[in-house]
Ligand binder design. Structure first.
Ligand code: PHE
Length: 459
């Protein structure tokens, strides 16, 4: 396939891969997990998981993608023709598409909050309550706002459709002119926004106490459950098991150093998580908002607006934060949509435009169902959960671990013997001392730990 697209520059391919990894996992999942699991103790555990497990599994996905130079199904068919291993890729595509359906809705929420920050509507009621010291009432006002918004039928749909439309525009541009260009602009922007917010929160009066919680480990909180959470966070946050890294690596030039790329991507993702910790813990401690668990959606849509309401230049910081969140979500949605688009394009030899439309247009219906599952469709239950929650649970608890397990077993035991080695060393042109360690991890340690995650989800 000589016409296969490639990223145009080293910076571009790193920006795109980092863009995929940095998402809501870093911004709201990480602080919540850290608060629940012993602060710095969880951070240390997470760092260990990222390097011991995350980097090797990422290398396995990169090797598949660049070694097979095809979509997530095609790589298995090329490397092991006539065998059934392609099913792993098919599950990855299914998982990524299901995630896409509900992630678009969440990305829509971030867009709406950005818009409401720009217009100032977000702070109409809560701010005065907050400033008058009636924290309970302010809390209730912001929480009610989030509930009213998420559970209403029309406006979340409008914002979800807008995000789908932006995705289509980017994805129609293809790998270099669409994804790479977007990432080259958005990733530096994301870091600038993060730095600005860090400066503000670190100068708050409660910064010391907040940082103390975040950076002093309480090892008594570490148990088997914490380890499982850290492992789950590693897989989700590094975008493993979604077919994204396989697809992106198929666009890497032959001279890309895979080990270096995987370490840079992991470090950047970690850095963003740590910076988010430096933003959130000082902020919630200063304003006494650490009394609630820092749960995902509530953290970003209720707790943080409460923080901004008490800062001078409320609107500015709110815009900065929701822009950051939107950028993080957008580069992730683009990466996960590309998995299915690449599949359509490679498999059915379709044009970019056609494959893009076939993948993206159904989202207007499917994401609507997810969004309405908080409103008119809240009565529709699958396994006792709303449409949105059941998709989330089914993908993160079942499909993603299955794919990661499949990738490790295949690359570790059944792929052509030289795949990992030749990919890590760029066909022997660069030295690598870690190939055998990576192989041991992929063969033994990773499958055992992934099995532990799977079992724990059902017990
Ligand atoms: N790593 C991403 C995150 O942290 C995971 C993800 C990627 C989710 C793409 C959805 C789409 O949010």
């Amino acid at each position: 396939m000589s016409t296969k697209s490639q990223f145009g520059s080293k910076i571009g391919l790193i920006a795109a891969t980092v863009g995929s990894a940095i998402g809501l996992g870093n911004v709201w999942r990480f602080p919540a997990e850290t608060q629940a699991n012993g602060g710095a103790a969880f951070l240390l555990l997470y760092i260990a998981c990222v390097f011991i497990l995350g980097v090797p599994v990422m290398l396995a996905e990169f090797s598949l993608g660049r070694g097979g130079r095809s979509d997530a199904v095609g790589v298995f068919q090329k490397l092991s023709p006539g065998k059934a291993w392609w099913i792993i890729g098919a599950v990855a595509i299914l998982a990524s598409y299901l995630i896409l359906c509900y992630y678009m809705v969440v990305a829509g929420w971030t867009a709406e909050y950005l818009w409401q920050s720009i217009t100032g509507n977000l702070y109409e009621t809560g701010t005065s309550l907050e400033q008058s010291g009636d924290i309970g009432a302010a809390d209730a006002a912001f929480a009610a706002r989030m509930n009213n918004y998420i559970c209403s039928d029309v406006s979340p749909l409008i914002f979800t459709y807008a995000v789908i439309a932006v995705n289509i525009i980017v994805l129609l541009g293809g790998v270099q002119k669409g994804i790479e260009r977007l990432s080259n602009i958005m990733m530096p922007l994301l870091f600038v926004l993060l730095l600005a917010l860090c400066c503000v929160t670190l100068s708050l009066p409660g910064a010391g106490a907040g940082l103390k919680f975040f950076l002093s480990p309480d090892f008594s909180k570490i148990n088997a459950g914490t380890v499982i959470n850290a492992l789950g966070q590693t897989f989700f946050s590094l975008s493993l098991g979604m077919g994204i890294l396989i697809t992106y690596a198929s666009y890497y030039p032959a001279d890309t150093r895979l080990t270096r790329t995987s370490v840079i991507v992991s470090l950047m993702s970690l850095l963003v998580a740590v910076m988010m910790g430096c933003i959130i813990f000082p902020a919630v401690t200063t304003f006494g908002l650490d009394r609630h668990p820092l749960e995902g959606a509530t953290l970003v849509f209720v707790t943080l607006p409460e923080v901004f309401a008490q800062l001078p230049a409320t609107q500015l910081w709110s815009i900065v934060f929701f822009l950051l969140l939107f950028v993080a979500a957008l580069t992730s949605t683009v990466s996960i949509a590309e998995v299915s688009i690449a599949f359509m394009q490679d498999r059915f030899k379709m044009s970019r435009v056609k494959s893009c439309m076939i993948v993206m247009l159904p989202l207007f219906v499917l994401s609507s169902l997810c969004s309405l599952s908080f409103g008119s469709l809240s009565g529709v239950k699958i396994f006792d959960m709303s449409i949105f929650d059941s998709l989330d649970a089914f993908t993160t608890n079942v499909l993603l671990p299955m794919v990661s397990m499949g990738v490790c077993v295949y690359v570790g035991w059944f792929a052509p013997k030289s795949l990992l080695k030749s990919q890590i060393t760029n066909d022997g042109t660069i030295k690598s001392r870690i190939t055998s360690i990576v192989l041991v991890i992929i063969r033994y340690l990773a499958p055992v730990l992934i099995a532990a995650i799977m079992i724990s989800k059902f017990v």
